[in-house]
Design a protein around this ligand. Sequence first.
Ligand code: PMP
Length: 305
Amino acid sequence: MADRDGKIWMDGQMVDWRDAKIHVLTHTLHYGCGAFEGVRAYKTEQGTAIFRLEEHTERLFNSAKILRMAIPFSKEEVNEAQKAVVRENQLESCYLRPLTWIGSQKLGVSPRGNQIHLMVAAWAWGAYLGEEGMQRGIRVKTSSYTRHHVNITMTQAKAVSNYSNSILANMEALDDGYDEALLLDASGFVSEGAGENVFVVKNGVVYTPDLSAGALNGITRNTIFHICQDLGIELVQKRITRDEVYIADEAFFTGTAAEVTPIRELDRIAIGAGSRGPVTEKIQKAFFDIVNGRNPKYAHWLAKV
Ligand code: PMP
């Protein structure tokens, strides 16, 4: 990833991609205190636009607040930086990665006395869980790793350190021949995927875990709430058990990277017909209409670059 042309916004400057470097004694590299966002820009008929940019920037600042990090830029500057990175790299549709981290002035668990940094990179990135997965659905394994308890790490922060748990779960699932992991919370209830929120459909009603299960308050998750309302589909946030997923009619993951990805199997048990279900397909279509600028009701969610 490091060896390519292009520009990365780093602490207020556009830096050549290959020169966007940090020191090995960077605090975040050692102790994992940092926060990031995953954002997408789509090519719409009105031009390239970043989807729900303000909400992503808001969450980045909230993550930093939870981690007691003061980002030395305003939200407006961070929004502008993201637009500038897309323009500067001449990307039509892409994934954006803003990251805030603690500098290298001093080491030791206490980060105080270090500079807080921010960067934004962007690159072309297709379907996170594969094009085929988008159509046919993916195969998921219930992880042997428990998702974070809400008072161990802070689950509403998109914190760098939270992802060691996601990485373990994802590697285990892939090593065992699956496409992605589903994690349960410390009480054994369904929480979320390694990098996605999860939904199930049963008798026409859509269910997703409430945030007390330690799931991230996904922006795509919230988009699905709007879509369900528009389509007249009942949506319920509640505790969900692993076996409720086995006997659901349909299931899907959501996320900025994963978009809306159907789940066709959990632990080798077929969910419903074992393929993308009709409600999932409807929601998926509505989602792509919105992000691609084909639904005027949500034009305000698209920030032109
Ligand atoms: N949960 C986790 C652990 C994630 O990493 C993500 C991706 N950011 C999500 C849920 C989905 O969040 P969003 O829809 O805001 O991308």
